[in-house]
Write a new protein. Sequence first.
Lengths: 505, 309
Amino acid sequence: MYKWFKRGRVLVSLAVAILITLAFLFFSNRDNFFFSSFLKVQFVPALLGVFTGSVIILASLFILVLLFGRIYCSTLCPLGTLQDTIWRVASLFWSKRSRRFKFSTPKKILRYSILAISAIPLLFGSSFVISLLDPYSNYGKISSEIISRSEQFLHNILSSVFPDSIFFRTYSQFIAISFFFALGFLILVVIMSAFRGRLYCNTICPVGTTLGFISKFAAFRPVINKESCNKCQLCISNCKSECIDLEKGEIDVSRCVACFNCMTVCKREAVSYKFMWGKRDVDNVFPAKGRREALVTMGLLGSFIAVRAISRKNPSAPLNTSDGIAPPGALSIANLKSNCTACQACVSACPNGIIKPATGEYGINGLLMPVLSFEKHFCGYDCNVCSQVCPNGALIPLTLEEKKLTQIGQVRFYEDKCIVVTDNTACGACDEHCPTKAITMIPYGDKGLTIPIVDRDICIGCGGCEYVCPATEKAMLIEPTSVHMVAKKPIVEKQEKVVVDDFGF
Amino acid sequence: MERRNFLKSALLGGIAGAVQLKPGNIFASESKEAQGETDLVAVMGGDPVTMYKRGIASMGGISRFVKKGNKVVVKPNIGWDKKPEFAANTNPELVAAIVKDCLSAGATEVVVFDHTCDEWQACYNNSGIEAAAKAAGARVAFAHDEKYFKEVSLPKGLRLKSAKIHESIIDCDVWINVPVLKNHGGAKMTISMKNFMGIVWDRRYWHANDLQQCIADCSTYSKMPVLNIVDAYRVMTQNGPKGKTTEDVVTAKALFMSTDIVAVDTAALRFFNQFKEMRIEDVSHIQKAEKAKIGTTNLDTIKVERIKI
């Protein structure tokens, strides 16, 4: 029976990891939100997005963990699947001896301190620490920086083989710090999992630690039947969580990821997945203690959400100066910095390729969070993709109508740098690109030239003008609005309908 | 016949022959009976496809321009992520009709492309041109990366001495320029010559180096379109070239075609002037091109045909 549990677990985990990866690939994330909708079924995104439509998902995840323990970690977590895959591959190279896992003592202090330092800043409106540690978000960074880049490389090889039917893929931003963070994280995870299985999950991962608390009171828990067990150690050597203590005949459920390996390999059916609610008297199980810890954790999570709900309404200290333009839907830079975990879902989905991981634009606690760059393109007027794919509620979903009025920045015109002034020749590239006609051209000089004039109230900060301005030092620059505003609607200029029935020449 | 009368008529006939007086030249400059090929056709009052068919017939048919076995490029304006009713891009039905016509004339391949301003896939899609062109049998080429463009020198250019031009233009036998008639904030008007901004890679250079002169300079390119077909079915008369709403658009139902790019732009501008005042001096690339002997703004010197449907 457990064999089938395990097969099912492997199947689901691979499917979820593939679906999540596809949300980051160009090949699959254009013109649909199918794959990106799976990103919402992740613990940290659901927790942060609890006020923006993820309540049901978060509740379902809790129920799942409460029923089956950390099965989340071995089915829904893409980083978990990645680690299992790495172990699987690495073990092919290991000797029989070193392929065996051993029991390790829980690193409680380490786990709790990491959980604390990643959770506490969230209460004060910063998701920075969690963004560096959250398994989903880091899997996202790996997908975007490494897998998607490899895909682009392949795509471009194919485009030179089939130049007429496959196009060359251009403008992908390369931000060294983001790439090397993803690469470094991947290397760390590769090393940890190749030698020690789920070591990351049971030392560093804040999600693993949190779910570990709850799973202590899970309905189904793995239990060793001391009478049937002959201490052959087969289960231990197959336990990638290294959480089976045969000396005591106990399984540390806070570290067990419910992978079913132990149950599958045991020749005497001594390990089983048992319904434990209401079974106080079973040996070696401390339901009262487990229940207490689980309740305390749930209580803490509840208060955590409540505190975030309060601080959400009163964003602490509004930022007046910022160098970064946050993507539409971010509401404010403060909101972005309190909810974004830098998973790069928006970065890889942006059709214009203008979203890049921030280097210093939002300050150190906004590192790697999405920021717009108008260097290679500008924000499409009829596009709201980034706001639709964000699983965290760091970018709230905007309808196209809302997006077209969302003022992410405001243009400033530096007349002295404008080509029309410096060269006394026609240009109008900015006016050409302006979708709302916040920029219009008015007569200039007596050569029939025109020069731009701006109306900042209807500007939405799309950056078309800044991108296209041909002056060496840009005459049009978008100034970020740290709290996004609603722009005035573009003025509709009715024109009298002239009836023309002649050619005019 | 009396000898005197004979002599009289013979003498008059001789004089008439000597000064080459023809009835058409005396009474109108737009004779349909005149010999030689038509230089410019203006059509009005039909749907885009009908106007094209009437127009091309009076130009002498597509076979005058496209020979059997030719590789042809049809270059519309697909600059913006806008639906056809916004008139920011060339009418897709017109593009499809031209593609079909070229193929029926024996073209081996018809390529359609534009170097867009908005994100290229959105433009190709929402303009309706990609779908229409493909359905008509054309290949839609990519033009969103510098690698699709090749350096070409423009020795006659005053400010624009060279440009990176799209490979399909360089590789084709003939190309047909199919702009849409629009108002333009910077260049004042965008018609046939301005449509060349979509065959080059670096437009920013033009804007930074006397836009009007660069537009004229690019038309000194040795491989000019064999035919320019200006779509004026829907005309954006304000807020061009991108436009805001369909309020910016009038349904003018016209089409102009000519082998002379300066003449066709002049004709289209004069037509536009009836909706919104527009002086040819302000659209200075037209006169600059005339100065470079690319074509003529004097429509009386060429053979013009006007068709009303």
